[in-house]
Design a protein around this ligand. Sequence first.
Ligand code: TXA
Ligand code: MG
Length: 345
Amino acid sequence: MILPGDRPESIAAAVSALARGELVGLPTETVYGLACDACNDAAVARIFAAKGRPNDHPLIVHVATAAAVSRFARAVPPFAQALMDAFWPGPLTLILPRLPAVGAACAGGQDSIGLRCPSHPVAQALLQSCWGAGIVGLAAPSANQFGRISPTTAAHVQAELGEGLLILEGGACSVGIESTIIDCTRGVPVLLRPGILTRAQLEVACQCTVRERDALVQGTTVPRASGTLESHYAPKARLRLMDAKALLTAVTLLGTELHAAPGGRAMVALYSRVPLDNPVPGLLERRMPGDAVSTARELFAVLRELDAQGVKLIWVESPPPGPEWDGVRDRLQRAASPALVKLTG
Ligand code: TXA
Ligand code: MG
């Protein structure tokens, strides 16, 4: 059931559901989440079950304000505080040392906790009302089946998780890819998942170098982050990344073989910034925007739409090299990973 997120009665219904230990589909500025009371272990277990997610993959806890961080985190290093001051509310998750008494189920048994303060007005309204009702944080992974593309509309959430779920309508997500995740438990900031914030923006805010995940984790325990598995964010179709030249060559070479399936459905889709000179029968074309922010905003919806059209192959033009494309490039590389066949098959 989808309720309008901008109505107080919808927020009240969602708070009641959460207080009963039920799950709620929640719009955020990045992607939609599947939320529950972070301190209700039975409800957290329901999230893992609904997503088919292994329960040692930790969940992010969403809070109304930075003031709620002390309910979950044992310590906040100065660089983490600076990041919070700069980017909260917004698309940034911080991994912090966890207070031992709270959030163990969300944390998948780790002694850290992921915290994020979202800016979406519906998420804010819900979190504030929850706080008033004694619910101090909402655990919320992306509201998709494990291994699949994150939802960026309420309709996507319903398609993933069914009609029975209470979902707050918040429109299409303005960022469109998941939050940037910074591990703040290692003395220096470590980038676990790129998002829409650039490394330069992060470094200016915290006045220190943000390390690459792989550079630091040698010899230490790598945090279990499902978003960091090679084969995440997968459409059903096989996705291939190519530069513009390879892509045009592929279209030319296979042009005559790109027959539409019976019933006129295309088998191959193209998502690229370069236009084709002439339309190719059997090839579905979607133009990729020229900037990273617009591409991030539409990326998951485009992949879902192409899946819904039944194409078997999606040929995607590789994003340009600029750092502002890191988040989009990361999602596309994961979606293109051949390992996804094993994981999701
Ligand atoms: O934008 C987002 O972050 C969205 C919205 C709903 O807030 N949420 C989201 O959650 O993407 P999820 O669960 O799909 O991805 C969260 C990632 C996972 O890869 C998880 O393993 C990692 O964050 N994570 C959470 N807590 C962690 C922790 N304590 N240590 C290391 N990684 C953690
Ligand atoms: Mg996810």
